[in-house]
Write a protein that binds this ligand. Structure first.
Ligand code: SF4
Ligand code: SF4
Length: 349
């Protein structure tokens, strides 16, 4: 039984209530934000539980690391206020069942890349950046054995995460790994933010993909040529769980000669891709998701972006066509880095 480390006293002393005053999807002043978060902390219903679009951002906004988003999700589950329609929740939860036949456990004794539930994205793990790096979860038939389960934050199902995640960690540990480079932000957030918040042990060191890419590029520095592209970064919701790694986005751009365009919706003010919003129960969710996408992509285009850089495959698949329609090329960060060292990724045209 795991318990969320949320301290109501921190909220009572909090000078800002930034978790909710900064929320991009609800409009609250400091006093009402303070009242609502305390209501939720005390187990009561709040309009926040009904209107939250599960963008994860309040995890970043809270200056006291008090985990307001995990608290909101926990309360949504306890009070039966799911953000998604119930059939969708049932289907989604059944989809991620991890134990359908055992995976082959290869002992790796060191560092490895973890694909999590994105084994079908091995086409991105190519070239000199990844040379010699063992990969865990490269088989799509076994990927749910490595699925961090954090997606169920969008489903108000903390109980499912807490039941399955320790088993996933155990499976990864059986590979005898010391350092795990997480292909997906969400896995990194699971092991560095969610697990400590819940008191779940993580017996390996998680490394963010962008930190790995940056350090690998430094090793290949002699081979880097400026890409000379004006770029906009699509920050995924799960990046809110590791704001201390966000600087690697700009660090990489600087190293490879990519110019980030000045945007309204970047950094803390980033807008989500809308993928998690369009299927929500609230009336008008699809329209809302499309409006967020339209504002986000117009912002990139108005700022003069030639390329939209992605980390999260879910954001990529939600937005790739819409950004392309605006004349902006969608590209994964790892592929952009490959371009800089003279390689031509399969999807680059
Ligand atoms: S969750 Fe964080 S930001 Fe929100 S009121 Fe509590 S301490 Fe302040
Ligand atoms: S997860 Fe996003 S929408 Fe929900 S309360 Fe936090 S900031 Fe607002």
């Amino acid at each position: 039984m795991y318990t969320l480390k949320f301290d109501e006293q921190k909220c009572l002393r909090c000078p800002t209530h930034a978790c909710l005053t900064k929320c991009r999807y609800m409009d609250m002043d400091k006093d009402s934000a303070g009242e609502e978060i305390l209501r939720i902390a005390r187990g009561e219903d709040s309009f926040v539980l009904h209107d939250c679009v599960t963008c994860y951002a309040c995890e970043e906004y809270c200056p006291m690391n008090n985990h307001p988003f995990y608290l909101i999700v926990q309360r949504q589950e306890e009070l039966n206020v799911p953000p998604l329609p119930r059939p969708l929740i049932r289907r989604g939860i059944n989809m991620g069942v991890p134990f359908r036949g055992d995976p082959v456990i290869e002992e790796l004794n060191g560092k490895a890349l973890l694909m999590g539930a994105f084994s079908d994205h091995m086409f991105l793990i190519q070239g000199r950046l990844f040379e010699g790096l063992p990969v865990i979860s490269s088989d799509p038939r076994k990927m749910f054995h490595y699925f961090c389960q954090l997606m169920y934050l969008h489903y108000s199902r903390i109980s499912v995460i807490n039941e399955r995640l320790p088993k996933i960690i155990n499976t990864i540990s059986m590979h005898n790994v010391t350092e795990i480079i997480c292909f997906h932000d969400e896995c990194y957030g699971a092991y560095t933010s969610y697990c400590p918040a819940m008191g779940i042990d993580v017996p390996f060191k998680p490394i963010h993909l962008f930190e790995f890419l940056y350090n690998r590029l430094l090793e290949l520095k002699d081979q880097i040529r400026d890409v000379n592209l004006r770029v906009a970064y699509q920050r995924p919701c799960s990046a809110r769980l590791s704001p201390d790694k966000h600087h690697f986005v700009e660090d990489i751009f600087r190293l490879i000669g990519a110019e980030p365009v000045p945007r309204k919706y970047s950094g803390e003010d980033a807008l989500c891709c809308g993928g998690a919003i369009e299927g929500q129960r609230r009336e008008g969710s699809r329209k809302r998701a499309l409006d967020i996408q339209r504002r986000n992509i117009s912002d990139m285009a108005d700022a003069g972006a030639e390329v939209c850089v992605f980390n999260c495959p879910a954001c990529y698949h939600t937005m790739e066509h819409s950004v392309a329609q605006k004349g902006i090329k969608p590209v994964y960060m790892s592929d952009l880095c490959r371009l800089a060292i003279g390689e031509r990724p399969a999807r680059w045209r």
